[in-house]
Write a protein that binds this ligand. Structure first.
Ligand code: NAD
Length: 336
């Protein structure tokens, strides 16, 4: 079994790769893994066990057709994590989102058909459904994305669907709630708040802080992706959720408490443009088909994550320095 993992140097992709290579997915203990990653600001080789003989790392762009046509033959499956993933950056400028998320996914799909790859799992997001004022979105809910990020992901989901229907490519799409865990780039809200507090700085909270997000540990997300790769049905989309719903204000309170800081460390900032109020998923399909339930209770996973950032300054401080620039050029926190 040989897998090509796009975006495998990022937060979720690298967790999936490390899980595979440490033999955590039964039946895949001997799988060989190729990571294809452009190493944008969000990707880092320090996320990967580069000395593992089963891992091959290729630096490259999913928009590069020639590279894909050379690389894909011999791979049994593609798990496609690569994306521009930060909502605030998509508000500041969306061209890279259209390029990677739409054109990149399209190029990958064409090359999978061209080289006979037999399985393609596309990693998407709950944000494609838009804001859920009440209730929860099922896989049949309409796609009503509100940010350029979410729109580019929705477009890629539809391209994946079309390549299944038109070309018979075996595809599955997963749409997950907000992830948290170790190795998340410190621009996303939990690592941003934790690392800022650890550096003695304040944290920015958007608007009234009552936006609601559901949080799932990255390990539970990756386990669900693996179930879909192994046993998912072709042409079918799976919502992945079952974590903890929290307002951003409550999440901020938890981060402050974990680090022994008070509300004086919170700066209220103007709300994000087009900010979705609430995301909520009905994850009944993946529960009924595979018995999938999250295993990591939020309180435990959250405390372990904060501790990981405490213990791993050597991982995040270079990333913070690398992306530091004039304050006006910095996107705000991603609250999902
Ligand atoms: P991330 O930003 O941490 O990592 C993205 C990776 O993709 C990086 O390593 C980057 O270098 C790489 N990449 C970007 N453009 C590329 C290109 N053109 N060619 C090759 N590689 C490229 O993102 P993440 O949080 O790990 O998210 C992974 C996937 O999961 C994304 O598709 C995202 O939409 C989806 N998702 C994320 C969340 C979340 O909470 N983080 C939730 C649901 C779904």
């Amino acid at each position: 079994m040989r897998l090509l993992i796009t975006g495998g140097a990022g937060f979720i992709g690298s967790h999936y790769v490390r899980s595979l290579l440490t033999g955590r997915y039964r039946g895949y203990e001997d799988a060989r893994v190729t990571v294809l990653d452009k190493l944008t600001y969000a990707g880092t080789l320090t996320n990967l066990p580069l000395t593992d003989p089963r891992l091959t790392f290729v630096r490259g762009d999913i928009c590069d057709r020639g590279l894909l046509m050379d690389l894909l033959p011999g791979h049994d499956a593609v798990v496609h994590f690569a994306a521009e993933s930060h909502v605030d950056r998509s508000i500041a400028g969306s061209a890279a989102f259209v390029s990677t998320n739409v054109t990149g996914t399209h190029t990958l799909l064409e090359c999978c058909v061209g080289t006979g790859v037999s399985r393609f799992v596309h990693i998407s997001t709950d944000e494609v459904y838009g804001s859920a004022e009440e209730g929860a979105f099922s896989e049949q809910s309409p796609l009503e994305p509100n940010s350029p990020y979410a729109a580019s992901k929705a477009a890629s989901d539809l391209l994946v669907r079309s390549f299944h229907r038109t070309h018979g490519l075996w595809t599955s799409v997963t749409r997950c709630a907000n992830n948290y865990g170790p190795h998340q780039f410190p621009e996303k809200v939990i690592p941003l708040f934790v690392t800022r507090l650890l550096e003695g700085r304040n944290v920015p909270l958007y608007g009234d802080g009552l936006h609601v997000r559901e949080w799932l540990h990255v390990d539970d997300h990756c386990r669900a992706v693996q179930l879909v790769l192994e046993s998912g049905r072709a042409g079918v989309t799976y919502n992945i959720a079952g974590g903890r719903e929290l307002t951003n204000r409550d999440l901020t309170r938890m981060v402050l408490a974990e680090l022994g800081a008070g509300w004086d460390r919170v700066d209220r900032v103007a709300d994000r443009k087009g900010h979705d109020r609430r995301y909520a998923l009905d994850a009944g399909r993946i529960r009924e088909e595979f018995g999938f339930e999250p295993r990591i209770l939020f309180e435990r996973g959250f405390a372990e994550t904060v501790q990981w950032y405490r213990d791993n300054r050597a991982w995040w401080q270079p990333l913070v320095r690398r992306t530091a620039g004039p304050a006006s050029a910095q996107p705000g926190p991603r609250l999902g």
